[in-house]
Design a protein around this ligand. Structure first.
Ligand code: 2BA
Length: 110
């Protein structure tokens, strides 16, 4: 058995959970926060037989979109004493999804 850990954007989470449950995959949603943007995202846990891993990833791939976000990076100009901060908006592309697949040593439902 494998555990798929998929970090998706909040905007895609309802659709991807619906698509997974429609296909009879079981999924757990965790509310998480990205370290770089420091904004909310969603982490999905899917426990699945090894031969179905690619099918689950295909569902995630079909739903999750890339989006552009603007981050503002402060830059100090003119040295530390007399310097002033100038802020530059920078575009970054977020998503569609970051997916990890890990081995499950043991799976028990009690
Ligand atoms: P965040 O850490 O908030 O990152 C959001 C987006 O910022 C990333 O999108 C990427 O485009 C950019 N980014 C992140 N770190 C960067 C850096 N050091 N320099 C420049 N740009 C950077 P994604 O790559 O699509 O990642 C979306 C979210 O997935 C991340 O949110 C984080 O929560 C998670 N993630 C991505 N890679 C991960 C990893 N290797 N381990 C754990 N979580 C990861």
């Amino acid at each position: 058995m494998k555990l798929i850990i998929a970090i998706v954007q909040d905007e895609d989470s309802a659709d991807v959970i619906e698509a997974l449950t429609e296909e009879d995959y079981r999924v757990t949603k965790l509310a998480t926060t990205g370290g770089f943007l420091k904004s909310g995202n969603t982490t999905l846990l899917v426990g699945i037989e090894e031969e179905k891993v690619e099918l689950v990833i295909d569902v995630i791939r079909n739903v999750c979109r890339k989006r552009n976000e603007t981050v503002v990076t402060p830059t100090t100009l003119g040295g530390s004493e007399s310097g002033y901060m100038q802020q530059y908006p920078v575009q970054i592309s977020v998503g569609g999804a970051t997916v990890f697949v890990i081995d499950v040593d043991k799976f028990v439902k009690i």
